[in-house]
Design a protein around this ligand. Structure first.
Ligand SMILES: [Zn+2]
Length: 294
């Protein structure tokens, strides 16, 4: 891991989670600042400047940190979390706005990735082209998910880093273009672990449960876990949901079990992670070593 010192058209074949991206991309934006480029500012981050990366940063308490149109506020100990999208442009800028009014900006280059095309056949056809009578339910659930994604937990469990949430063969990766039963769908944003139904799913980091449902249309058994500052893990296709909304979870705690519920071809965990309007790559999160920031 490189330490970066820087200072609806609803739904049809759409990915189950992505159809409400737009609705939540409305956090206020900072006024443009004069970009005083700096070599080393008040911000240190772990993570790579690559598409889909999560950056965990330390700066002055209360600082506002901005990255490609989204922002975070550093907590009382100066921790902040940021993410780069799957299709993040090459040129990006990190801005820091300190509580005393001082501003810093640092331009950097985002490494661009090539993503695979993956064909998935055998998923229930109703989840690829939902019948008319299911659309009201699908819309209702989309709103429910969007509301849960707006959580902004004040905890900072993300500072402990992330561990693997399930044992199993990796059967799907972040970013792949998906073709469901021959029909092109949205990219796949999760990291999939294939394992027998009933295998445990544990929390990759602590957090608060903001959604816990057993029978969502696309996702089946579904849990959202906010690791702090609105960094939300999503666990899909669960056969068992062992937590309730509002539960505070510790890293490593069992939260449910692997299943094949919803739009799935076989038992697996789909773990995806969202920050603001973008999904980040869980595999990159697992590489993070935050020791240098503590
Ligand atoms: Zn998946």
């Amino acid at each position: 891991m490189i330490a970066a010192l820087i200072a609806l058209s609803l739904i049809a074949a759409d990915d189950p989670i992505t159809e409400f991206l737009e609705a939540e991309a409305t956090l206020p934006r900072a006024a443009a600042v004069a970009a005083a480029s700096i070599e080393a500012g008040p911000l240190r981050c772990e993570g790579r400047f690559v598409q889909g990366a999560l950056l965990v940063c330390r700066t002055a308490p209360g600082a506002r940190v901005e990255l490609s149109g989204q922002h975070a506020f550093a907590d009382a100990e100066g921790w902040a979390v940021l993410g780069l999208g799957r299709d993040e442009p090459e040129a990006a800028e990190l801005r820091v706005h300190l509580p005393d009014g001082t501003r810093f900006a640092q331009a950097f280059t985002v490494e661009q990735r090539d993503y695979d095309i993956q064909s998935v056949t055998g998923v229930p056809q109703r989840t690829v082209t939902p019948p008319e009578e299911d659309l009201a339910l699908i819309r209702r659930q989309a709103q429910q998910k969007a509301a849960a994604f707006r959580s902004m937990w004040t905890g900072s469990a993300f500072t402990e880093g992330f561990i693997i949430p399930a044992q199993g063969r990796i059967s799907g990766v972040y970013g792949s273009q998906r073709i469901y039963n021959g029909r092109p769908g949205n990219p796949h944003y999760g990291l999939d672990y294939a394992a027998p139904t009933g295998s445990p799913v544990i929390a990759p980091a602590g957090g608060v449960v903001t959604l816990a449902e057993t029978d969502m249309y696309f996702e089946g058994g579904l849990i959202f876990l906010d690791h702090g500052q609105g960094l939300v893990s999503v666990f899909m296709h669960l056969s068992e949901v062992g937590v309730e909304v509002g539960d505070i979870i510790e890293q490593g705690q069992r939260i449910g079990a692997i299943g094949a519920t919803g739009r799935a071809t076989g038992p697996h965990l789909d773990w995806r992670v969202k920050w603001r309007d973008r999904y980040v790559d869980p595999a990159l999160m697992l590489e993070l070593d935050l020791a240098s920031l503590r």
